[in-house]
Design a protein. Structure first.
Ligand SMILES: O=P(O)(O)OC[C@H]1O[C@H](O[C@H]2O[C@H](CO)[C@@H](O)[C@H](O)[C@H]2O)[C@H](O)[C@@H](O)[C@@H]1O
Length: 269
């Protein structure tokens, strides 16, 4: 179902309705983005860690019998798993790899195109080596070019060289998408966080409430996957989104997770 984009409302406005919905539900499926949602955005991607309150709240909700928790991240699966403990499900590389029920599923086309991603990342390591603070994150199925700390005057060079490398080694097989101060290089396939969330949600009872919290462009497909029956919460401003609700920052995510853990709905012991 198509969900129109409009400015999300402050989450506080939706809490009474969500409490009532939870009271009638069998369980809660809580899907969480990582960077910008559980972990504040920082200059160095290797330094990103969840806030202590988010770490504790996720661990507590993950231990509750009626709650299924999933982290759905643009990071490599192996990377994001090391950054946050507790969830029973992890999706990495924007849903191209999915760990659940003791095994890992990898999108078959993405797997085939990993060699091309690797070639693009290697080429960019060389061609962008002289650009200050330009980081290349090779995530195997996708690659990220970080421009957050690149001098503004050098940004156009980074974008041009990234385009050239993708054209040269990727052809029509790879595409570039944008995120928060990043260029994402990945397989040109109709698969993203939204499809991963649909797969995850297909495994829980229809009476389960699905909540997705995220802050970036790739989270929009996940909001569309859960809305309107479930609840999308965008972390950020009130720019149009497919999420119904918003909070401002990861600190507010922690407050919401704590609220979920103490609603008295019986979902959380
Ligand atoms: O889906 P997510 O879990 O939000 O991952 C999206 C990207 O997050 C990371 O980059 C972002 O966070 C960095 C650390 O705060 C920041 O420096 C960067 O500017 C942000 O775009 C991660 O490094 C990427 O691989 C993810 O795709």
């Amino acid at each position: 179902m198509t969900v129109a984009q409009s400015p999300p409302r402050p989450l506080d406005d939706g809490l009474p309705q969500l409490r009532a919905t939870l009271e009638d539900a069998d369980g809660l499926l809580l899907c969480l983005d990582f960077d910008g949602t559980l972990a504040p955005i920082v200059d160095d991607p290797n330094a990103a860690v969840p806030s202590e309150r988010n770490r504790e709240a996720v661990a507590s909700l993950a231990a509750a019998p009626s709650v299924t928790t999933a982290v759905v991240s643009g990071r490599a699966l192996s990377d994001v798993r090391e950054r946050i403990d507790g969830p029973s499900i992890y999706a990495g590389n924007h849903g191209l790899e999915l760990a659940r029920r003791g095994s890992i599923a990898v999108h078959p086309v993405a797997r085939k195109r990993a060699a091309r991603v690797d070639r693009v990342c290697s080429a960019l390591e060389d061609s962008l080596a002289s650009v200050p603070n330009c980081r290349i994150e090779n995530k195997r199925l996708t690659g990220t070019v970080h421009v957050r700390s690149v001098p503004p005057a050098a940004e156009s060079v980074v974008r041009r060289r990234t385009r050239e490398a993708v054209d040269r080694f990727g052809g029509d097989a790879l595409e570039i998408s944008l995120g928060k101060r990043i260029l994402e290089i990945g397989p040109d396939v109709p698969w993203g966080k939204g499809q991963a969330v649909e797969l995850i949600a297909a495994d829980v009872s229809p009476e389960t409430v699905v909540v997705y919290i995220g802050d970036d462009v790739t989270d929009e497909s996940a909001f569309r996957a859960v809305e309107p029956d479930g609840v999308g919460v965008r972390v950020g401003n009130d720019d149009p989104s497919s999420a119904s609700y918003r909070v401002r920052a990861p600190a507010d995510v922690a407050a919401f997770l704590s609220w979920l853990g103490s609603t008295g709905t019986g979902l959380v012991e």
